[in-house]
Design a protein around this ligand. Structure first.
Ligand code: IVH
Length: 683
C-alpha cells in the first residue's frame, strides 16, 4: 500500500471510530472512553488531516467546531414539502379527528402513535449514501434556508449514518432545540455581558441556527430529535414506529418516549400522562402529536393544503398563575449588570412556589407596561425561570406606581452606565461590593480555586468589613484579621488561611477560570491555558490569534482581549502573581526526558488508569496519541489489549508492559528534581 493509501485508511478508521464514540456519548449515553481520550483521538485525526489536505471532508468529526463566517444562507427547495400539523387544544376535537379517519378508511385496522411535540425549530437533513449533504430549515414549507454548516456543529447529529449499507437517499425531519438547562446558562451569560436575554429556548435556538458564524453556533447547547421523513430512495418503512427505530439505528436521536394505542380514548389518557412528564424532558414540550402508525394508509388518508390528515397536534395550555407584584428589586451581578427582579405574592405554579420573577431589563418593563402593585400573569418560560407574561390591566385601581431604573448602583451608590449596543445598565465601580462579592465567591468556588472554607457568607463578611476588595487581597489576609469575624474560631481561621495558601498551587486553567473573564467558562479556560501556557502569552494574544483556536469563538476572543486591556485587571494580575499564584501551565515540576516520543495506551492497567498514565507521560514531555501509526514510539499494552496491539505489532512498534512503563517513568519525586539527569533505561 502506498503511504497515501495508508493515510487515507487511517483517516477513515479514525473518523469512524470518533463517530462511534460520538454516538455512544450523545445517543446511547454510554461512553466507552473519557473526554480526554476522545480529544486525543480527535487531535490525531486533525494532525493527519493537516498532513493530508487532499482527504479533507466537511463531514469529518474535526469540522464540528465550525468554520469561517458566511455571508448569508442559500435558499433550497424541499423535494418533498415540509408540511405542518393541524392543531387543537380540545379533546373533543381529537374524538372528531378519530371519527374522520375511520370514515376515510372504514375497513382498515390501525394504531395511533403518540409522541411529544417538541417546541423547537423544524429541520430537514438529507443523507446521500449515508453522508450528510444538506440541512435545510422549514422556511415556508416549500423552500428553506441551507444551514448545513451550522447544523454540522451539533454533536448529536451524525455526519455519516451508522450503517455500512445506507440507503441512496434518506431525508429525515425533526426538531432542533436548545437544551433547557443550557438555555438558562446562556441567558445568564448574556445578561452578565449586558445583552438582551432570549425570551425562551425556541427563540434562542432559532437565533443560534441563523448565526452566520458557525464557530459561535458550536458553543450553543443545541440538540435534535427526529420524527418524520422527506424524500427516500432505497428504503421503505411500513410503520412510523419502524421508521423511528431505524432512525435510531442510523445514529439519529428519536423521542425518548412514545406510546402505541389502538383506540383514541387510550390516546386521551396517555396525553395526560405525557403532560405530567413535561419537566422530565430536556426540551420544551408544548403538546403531543398523534399519528396513524401504519404508513401504508397515509396516501388513502391524504393531505390538506397545509397538513397531513393522518396526524394532529394536541397543544397543552402553558402553565400560568395570577398574582400581585409587590415591588421591584435590583440585583447586581458579577460583571456589574443591574437586573430588575419582580418580588411577588407567593403563588403555586407547576408544582413550585414562585416568589420572584425575572424582568430582564428596563425595556422589558416598558414593553409590558408593568407597574408596582399590578396584578400580573406569570408563566414558566422554558419551564425554568418564571416570567411575567402580562399585566391584568382590568384589575388596575389607579394606585399602581410606574417603575424607573435607579441612576445609581443600589449597592455602592456609584454611577451606572449603558454601554454602546447593550440594553443593560451597569455599575461602573469595579470595587462595588456586589461585584466584588460575586467575583470572590466565583474565584473561591470548587471549579475555580477551590478555597476550602471560603463560601458566600464569609465572602460577605470579608467584603463588608473592608478586608478584601479583590482576589489578590485574599493572599495578604492575616489570621488576626480573620479572627475578628463572626463565628470564626482559631481552627476555622487556620483552615481558611491554609485554604488560601493551598490555592496558590492550582493549575493555571483554574486560575484563569477564577479570574471571571466574561464568557470564559471552564472549558474555554482549559483551552486557553493549554494553548498559551502562561498568562503573559495570553495577555499578549491578539483577537486574530485567539479566534484561530479551536473551540474559541469570536465572542470569547473579544472578551479576553478587552479583559486584559483594563489597567485594573492588570494590577490584580500583578498582585496575584506577586502573591505566588500559578500563572503557568503544567510543566512546572515536569521534565523533558520523554520529549519527541509518542505513546499509545491500550487495555486496562493495574496500578493506574490510562488517564493517569497519560498525565505522567506528558509531565515528562512525552505525547499521548489515541491511535497507533508508524510514528508511535511505544505502545503500552495493559490487560486485554485488542486491535491497537495487533496493529502495533504489525507496524513493528515497541510494546511496553505496565511494569516497563512504570520503570521508564521513574518516580514522581525524581521528576520534580530536575537534576535527576539520565534515567538510564534502555529498550
Ligand atoms: S410531525 C407532516 N412530530 O410541530 C408532519 N412534528 O406544528 C410533520 N413538531 O412543523 C410533523 N414535534 O416542526 C411532528 N413529534 C413531532 C413534532 C413535530 C414538534 C413540530 C414540527 C411541525 C410543527 C407543527
Amino acid at each position: 500500500m502506498t503511504d497515501e493509501a495508508k493515510a487515507k485508511q487511517q483517516i477513515d478508521e479514525l473518523r469512524r471510530e470518533l463517530e462511534r464514540h460520538n454516538r455512544l456519548y450523545y445517543i446511547d449515553a454510554a461512553p466507552e472512553i473519557t473526554d480526554r481520550e476522545y480529544d486525543q483521538l480527535l487531535q490525531s485525526l486533525e494532525q493527519l488531516e493537516q498532513r493530508h489536505p487532499e482527504f479533507a471532508s466537511a463531514n469529518s468529526p474535526t469540522q464540528r467546531v465550525g468554520g469561517a463566517p458566511i455571508g448569508g444562507f442559500e435558499n433550497v427547495k424541499h423535494t418533498v414539502p415540509m408540511m405542518s400539523l393541524s392543531n387543537t387544544y380540545s379533546k373533543e376535537e381529537l374524538l372528531e379527528f378519530d371519527v374522520r379517519i375511520r370514515k376515510l378508511i372504514p375497513e382498515a385496522a390501525f394504531d395511533y402513535i403518540l409522541e411529544p411535540k417538541i417546541d423547537g425549530v423544524a429541520i430537514s437533513l438529507r443523507y446521500e449514501d449515508g453522508e450528510l449533504v444538506r440541512a435545510v430549515t422549514r422556511g415556508d414549507g416549500a423552500t428553506g434556508d441551507d444551514v448545513t454548516t451550522n447544523v454540522r456543529t451539533i454533536k448529536s447529529i451524525p455526519l455519516r449514518l451508522a450503517d455500512m449499507m445506507p440507503p441512496a437517499v434518506l431525508e429525515v425531519r425533526g426538531e432542533i432545540y436548545m437544551d433547557t438547562a443550557g438555555f438558562a446558562k446562556l441567558n445568564e451569560a448574556r445578561q452578565d455581558a449586558g445583552m438582551e436575554p432570549f425570551a425562551n429556548p425556541r427563540n434562542a435556538c432559532a437565533g443560534s441556527l441563523k448565526m452566520l458564524d458557525s464557530r459561535e453556533v458550536a458553543t450553543r447547547p443545541l440538540d435534535a430529535i427526529f420524527y418524520a421523513t422527506g424524500e427516500l430512495s432505497g428504503i421503505k418503512f411500513d410503520t412510523h414506529e419502524q421508521m423511528l427505530l431505524s432512525l435510531k439505528n442510523y445514529g439519529l436521536r428519536i423521542t425518548p418516549n412514545y406510546w402505541l394505542s389502538d383506540a383514541i380514548e387510550q390516546v386521551l389518557e396517555r396525553l395526560d400522562e405525557l403532560e405530567n412528564m413535561r419537566d422530565v424532558f430536556p426540551f420544551e414540550m408544548d403538546g403531543g402529536v398523534i399519528k396513524v402508525n401504519e404508513r401504508s394508509l397515509y396516501d388513502d388518508l391524504g393531505y390538506t393544503a397545509k397538513s397531513p390528515r393522518w396526524a394532529v397536534a394536541y397543544k397543552y395550555e402553558p402553565e400560568q398563575a395570577e398574582t400581585t407584584l409587590h415591588t421591584i428589586s435590583i440585583q447586581v451581578g458579577r460583571t456589574g449588570v443591574l437586573t430588575p427582579v419582580a418580588e411577588l405574592e407567593p403563588v403555586q405554579l407547576a408544582g413550585t412556589t414562585v416568589k420572584r420573577a425575572t424582568l430582564h431589563n428596563e425595556d422589558e418593563i416598558r414593553r409590558k407596561d408593568i407597574k408596582i402593585g399590578d396584578r400580573v400573569i406569570i408563566e414558566k418560560a422554558g419551564e425554568i425561570i418564571p416570567a411575567i407574561v402580562k399585566v391584568v390591566t382590568e384589575k388596575r385601581t389607579g394606585t399602581e406606581v410606574a417603575f424607573t431604573m435607579p441612576t445609581a448602583c443600589p449597592v455602592c451608590g456609584s454611577e451606572v452606565e449603558k454601554r454602546e449596543g447593550e440594553v443593560a445598565l451597569r455599575c461602573i465601580n469595579l470595587q462595588c461590593p456586589a461585584q466584588v462579592k460575586n467575583w470572590l465567591t466565583h474565584y473561591a468556588s470548587r471549579g475555580a480555586m477551590d478555597i476550602n472554607g471560603l463560601g458566600e457568607s464569609l465572602v460577605e463578611q470579608l467584603v463588608d468589613c473592608g478586608l478584601v476588595k479583590t482576589p489578590a487581597e485574599l493572599y495578604t489576609l492575616q489570621k488576626v484579621e480573620v479572627l475578628g469575624l463572626e463565628r470564626m474560631g482559631e481552627k476555622s481561621a487556620d483552615n481558611l488561611i491554609k485554604g488560601i495558601e493551598d490555592s496558590k498551587k492550582r493549575a493555571f486553567e483554574k486560575v484563569l477560570f477564577g479570574l471571571g473573564i466574561r464568557h470564559v467558562g471552564k472549558g474555554a479556560a482549559t483551552v486557553l491555558a493549554n494553548e498559551y501556557k502562561t498568562i503573559d502569552a495570553l495577555m499578549a494574544a491578539d483577537l486574530q490569534s485567539l479566534e484561530e483556536i479551536h473551540d474559541i469563538g469570536p465572542i470569547v476572543g473579544k472578551s479576553v482581549v478587552e479583559y486584559f486591556q483594563s489597567l485594573e485587571t492588570r494590577a490584580v494580575i500583578d498582585q496575584l502573581r506577586a502573591a505566588g499564584v500559578n500563572f503557568e501551565q503544567a510543566d512546572n515540576g515536569g521534565s523533558n526526558e520523554l520529549e519527541g516520543l509518542t505513546f499509545v495506551l491500550t487495555g486496562s492497567m493495574e496500578t493506574m488508569t490510562r488517564d493517569e498514565a497519560g498525565d505522567k507521560i506528558k509531565l515528562r514531555g512525552g505525547k499521548v496519541s489515541g491511535s497507533v501509526s508508524k510514528k508511535t514510539s511505544y505502545l503500552v499494552a495493559g490487560e486485554s489489549a485488542g486491535s491497537k496491539l495487533t496493529k502495533a505489532e504489525k507496524l513493528g512498534v515497541t510494546i511496553l508492559s505496565e511494569e516497563q512503563l512504570i520503570a521508564l517513568l521513574g518516580s514522581d519525586e525524581a521528576i520534580a528534581d530536575k537534576n535527576a539527569g539520565q534515567m538510564g533505561f534502555e529498550f
